[in-house]
Design a protein around this ligand. Structure first.
Ligand code: SAM
Length: 216
């Protein structure tokens, strides 16, 4: 690891995340603890702690650090939760979640990205994350229900199987909209009802699958 990665991560948290209003100390510590440069291709390592998304191969991206922190904070994790992430990509968001929850399941449709993410997470000793290959627009019913679900690819609507896999009190965050431009939605499962909030504008790559956009 570069000797200065901890300084870069600390600066990233201070200038890009805390300065923009994310105050949850657990989220800030988690963002500071994950070596982001290990989740990007070699060619982008120097840019890993910058204020932007980066390509990770296969036409996919690792999200901007602020967006990762913002979406993570919206889940309000306390440490004892079972979390589902849809769209493993590089594995970076899953690594952040691993610091904040008890058990993390993450689903990726592209086997090569899933394999790389699995290796990175294992190398960091994050043994509470399991990487699954499949169509995450169907959720992951075999391990449901979840206390929190985070979708990191955009669909025209929240895939209907996902809220069904939320526990009582569970939170779901997903980008919803067209292929270029979306809004984040937070759904909260309260006493049998789903409460929906519409939050920030975002731009995510498409969720491809049965309950997302067609794959071809
Ligand atoms: N969370 C990732 C990270 O930390 O690097 C970034 C996610 S990237 C913006 C979106 C990912 O969702 C891509 O890797 C893409 O292949 C994946 N994806 C798209 N449709 C999917 C689906 N139906 N099921 C699972 N993964 C999907």
């Amino acid at each position: 690891m570069p000797p200065d990665w901890r300084t870069l991560a600390e600066q990233m948290v201070k200038e890009q995340i805390a300065a923009r209003g994310i105050g949850d100390p657990r989220v800030l510590t988690a963002m500071q603890s994950v070596p982001r440069h290990l989740f990007v291709p070699e060619a982008y390592r120097e840019a890993a702690y910058g204020d932007h998304p980066l390509p990770i191969g296969a036409g996919q991206t690792i999200s901007q650090p602020f967006i990762v922190a913002y979406m993570t904070a919206l889940l309000r994790l306390q440490g004892n939760e079972k979390v589902l992430e849809i769209g493993t990509g590089s594995g970076y968001q899953a690594a952040v979640l691993a610091h904040l929850a008890q058990e993390v399941h993450t689903v990726e449709r592209l086997p090569q990205l899933a394999a790389q993410a699995r290796e990175r997470l294992a190398a960091l000793g994050l043994n509470n994350v399991r990487v699954h290959v499949g169509d995450g627009s169907r959720g992951l019913p075999e391990h449901a229900p979840y206390d929190a679900i985070l979708v990191t690819a955009a669909a025209p609507e929240v895939p209907p199987p996902l809220p069904e896999q939320l526990n009582e009190g569970g939170r779901l965050i997903a980008p919803v909209g067209d292929r270029g431009y979306q809004h984040l939605e937070r759904w909260t499962h309260r006493r049998g009802h789903l409460q929906r909030e519409i939050l920030e504008a975002v731009a995510f790559v498409p969720l491809l699958g049965e309950h997302g956009w067609p794959a071809s």
